[in-house]
Design a protein around this ligand. Structure first.
Ligand SMILES: C[S@@+](CC[C@H](N)C(=O)[O-])C[C@H]1O[C@@H](n2cnc3c(N)ncnc32)[C@H](O)[C@@H]1O
Length: 378
């Protein structure tokens, strides 16, 4: 999964823009500017709770086109003290997306993504300094830090386990006689079964496990959460994670999407997005295991998160001053962000109306315990 998504030559994310109508899928920041603006409200509120530090590293994990960060910066640009405190760090593995982010943030000097360069470059949106890194570890430490991860965890590779007559075995990829790929079950428990499955099951009840024939475990999510918790402990600050997932063990969710349609996971690897549901309970346990000095809040639904931060007021304000066409886009975007994934949420006959993201997506915060409970997780 990691290879398929991030291989430097043929990885899905590496060579192209995969977002939007002409790409493979759409994400909340691309649906409406209001998403990034609400994340901006959250970020500023946490910065207040942190005591308004003069310097803050604002880190985004997997920023895609850079839309969320641009909307966050525009939305908060009137707050001078906050604006001046920011140093932006984009954690991105794709050179193509780095360039796109660079132009979305209207960075100053040409073709310099400031890769791992502490000085970085300047975003003409607000005057903040911006640097790019391949991993969170490369972001300089020693400064209070706020980390945003939207649809980043779902791209991290999972192991899949299946209950068999011999006990839990691992699902593996094999090459068939005709050279195509196929799934097979390991003949006996693999090291991953002994290490990762055991670790994950320790955090679950017997009843929860007994109901399942398949279990997915994402060790990279556990490792990343450890790094986040350690960073927040040493430097102060917090993290916001928004993604689709469950507050418990995930069973069998790995999926492939190409051009907005589900396709076979093993078909033409690198040509379709692979993603898996995020196990928020595992993130909570990993953070608490890594440090006693962080607290974990949520998950709550995206709809609760955006609603409590005031998206209703924002959409009304925007609707006061726009064309009919813009109003239509704003309303569709709003309902798509907060609507229920199950029920139809928009009047009208359009069969292609996409389902809502309001309950399928969850929000969780990890913060340094000195800062109290972050808004809106009270
Ligand atoms: C599903 S997209 C989400 C993009 C954006 N956050 C949004 O919501 O529109 C995943 C992003 O994470 C990046 N990414 C995926 N795996 C990564 C990894 N291992 N290291 C760094 N970036 C990664 C991708 O290139 C892409 O920018």
């Amino acid at each position: 999964m990691e290879e398929v998504l991030t291989n430097p030559k043929a990885g899905f994310y590496i060579n192209r823009d995969v977002f939007g109508a002409g790409g493979d899928f759409i994400t909340s920041p691309e649906v409406s500017q209001m998403f990034g603006e609400m994340v901006g409200v959250w970020t500023m509120c946490l910065w207040e709770q942190m005591g308004q530090p003069e310097k803050v590293n604002l880190v985004e994990l997997g920023p895609g086109r850079g839309t969320l960060m641009a909307d966050l910066l525009r939305g908060t640009s009137k707050f001078e003290k906050f604006k001046k405190s920011l140093h932006i760090h984009m954690v991105e593995c794709s050179p193509t997306l780095q360039k796109l982010q660079y132009s979305t943030l209207r960075c100053a000097d040409e073709h310099n993504t400031g890769n791992n360069n502490d000085e970085g470059t300047i975003s003409m949106l607000t005057g903040a300094t911006v640097s790019w890194h391949a991993t969170l570890e490369q972001v300089p430490s020693g400064t209070p830090t706020i980390i945003i991860g939207h649809e980043f965890y779902d791209a991290l590779p999972v192991h899949q386990f299946q209950k068999a007559s011999l006990g839990w075995c691992e699902k593996m990829v094999d090459v068939a006689d005709d050279s195509s790929f196929r799934f097979v079950l390991s003949p006996q428990p693999t090291p991953a079964t002994l290490l990762y499955l055991r670790k994950r099951c320790k955090w679950a009840s017997q009843e929860e496990i007994a109901k399942l024939d398949h279990i997915e475990v994402c060790p990279k999510a556990m490792e990343l959460t450890h790094s986040i918790a350690k960073r927040i402990t040493s430097d102060g600050g917090g993290a916001l994670i928004i993604d689709y997932g469950l507050n418990g063990i995930v069973s069998d969710s790995l999926q492939a999407i190409r051009k907005h349609k589900f396709v076979d996971i093993l078909d033409n690897p690198g040509s379709a997005d692979l993603s898996a549901y995020v196990d928020f309970a595992s993130i909570k346990h990993s953070a608490e295991e890594a440090s006693e000095n962080v607290t974990v809040h949520g998950p709550i639904t995206q709809s609760q998160f955006l609603g409590s931060l005031g998206i209703n007021f924002r959409v009304e304000a925007l609707l006061q001053n726009c064309t009919d066409e813009q109003a239509e886009l704003l309303k569709t975007g709003y309902w798509r962000l907060v609507g229920d994934g199950e029920a139809p949420f928009w009047e009208g006959p359009d069969e292609e109306t996409p389902i809502g993201m309001g309950t399928r997506y969850l929000a969780m915060a990890i913060v340094n315990k000195n800062h109290g409970v972050p808004i809106p997780f009270q």
